[in-house]
Design a protein around this ligand. Structure first.
Ligand SMILES: Cc1ncc(C[n+]2csc(CCOP(=O)(O)OP(=O)(O)O)c2C)c(N)n1
Ligand SMILES: [Mg+2]
Length: 321
């Protein structure tokens, strides 16, 4: 693998911190009753979204899930657009009609996220086949969870992509749980990536708390897809710190388990690597932290002060004429 250039490394760090700060701020605001609806949060999994998206070009596309904040920020979606969408405002990335589970920013390659578990797997395959038909060398990424890997759509989507050599990367974020259900109750195998053999494509397990390991695995999968050699199933072992959604206190897991994973937090780990192996200074990284804090506040103020969508626009552009 080639290490990313210094500017990319710093941008990767910035995006990880931006995700964490934004999500943490939302947690606090939610607990104060200031956020409408619910939230499915991404704290703990930042290395996966950022490691994968750093291996993509701006014109490549990603398809996310009910947990789309991290993926969207990692691919470069507007934070203002995301924040305003969470508050259902007219300035939101889906005009206030999508909410937390339907984030999108097509200019940044963030296709509308899909809360139906597993459903984006065949959709990403379709997008990848579309790129091929148009003679483009763009790739598509489908993010989904361990739960998503147990749907029929997983089998259909990956099998079709495999037989067609579609330029798509299937990124399974195995965060150990589908809602309250631990993987030990849903899988007879240790690695979901092992299923790739059943479709005749490479299956790769990667430490999802190690940003550069994810980046390296994604880089290889993307290069393979762009060369026309077909899809890869990448399984990142990771963990979500928060409950499944904001209504979930997470009583089905022990404090020790959560602490064990928090000790492997991807952000300090990447920070230490940037300082130790890439010559970055703590000062420079602190400045990035501060800038992220300010950007989060600015985006939230933008959302809060934005107008509600006009009632007469409720059906636009919901139905095509
Ligand atoms: C087809 C379908 N079944 C059930 C649900 C309800 N549901 C939403 S998220 C979720 C768990 C998904 O777990 P996983 O795929 O591991 O993703 P994670 O939440 O861990 O990111 C379930 C069962 C749904 N949205 N869609
Ligand atoms: Mg899961």
């Amino acid at each position: 693998m080639t290490d990313p250039p210094p500017a990319t490394l710093l941008e990767m760090y910035r995006r990880m911190v931006l995700i964490r700060r934004f999500e943490d701020r939302l947690t606090h605001m939610f607990l104060q009753g200031l956020v409408p609806g619910t939230l499915h949060q991404y704290q703990g999994q930042e290395a996966v979204a950022v490691g994968v998206c750093a291996a993509l070009r701006p014109d490549d596309v990603i398809f996310s899930t009910h947990r789309p904040v991290g993926h969207s920020i990692a691919k470069g979606a507007s934070l203002r657009g995301i924040a305003a969408e969470l508050w259902g405002k007219a300035t939101g990335c889906a005009g206030g009609k999508g909410g937390q589970m339907h984030l999108t920013d097509t200019a940044a390659g963030v296709m509308p996220s899909n809360a139906i578990v597993g459903a984006n797997i065949p959709i990403a395959t379709g997008a990848a086949l579309g790129f091929r038909l148009m003679g483009l060398d763009r790739v598509a990424v489908s993010f989904f969870g361990d739960g998503g890997s147990n749907t029929g759509a997983f089998h259909e989507g990956i099998n079709l992509a495999a037989v067609k050599d579609a330029p798509v990367i299937f990124v399974c974020e195995n965060n150990q749980y589908a809602a309250s259900m631990h993987v030990s109750h849903t899988l007879r195998i240790e690695d979901i990536a092992a299923r790739a053999a059943g479709y005749g494509i490479p299956g790769v397990v990667v430490d999802g708390q190690d940003t550069l390991a994810v980046y390296a695995a994604a880089q290889e999968a993307v290069a393979r897809a762009r060369r026309g050699e077909g899809p890869t199933l990448l399984e990142a072992k990771t963990y979500r710190y928060m409950g499944h959604s904001r209504g979930d206190p997470g009583g089905y897991r022990t404090r020790a388990e959560v602490e064990e994973w928090r000790a492997k937090d991807p952000i300090p780990r990447f920070r230490e690597r940037l300082i130790g192996a890439f010559g970055q200074t703590a000062d420079a990284l602190d400045r990035i932290d501060e800038a992220c804090e300010a950007e989060v506040e600015e985006a939230i103020q933008f959302a809060l002060s934005s107008p509600e969508p006009a009632p007469e626009e409720a059906y636009e552009p919901v139905y095509a004429g």
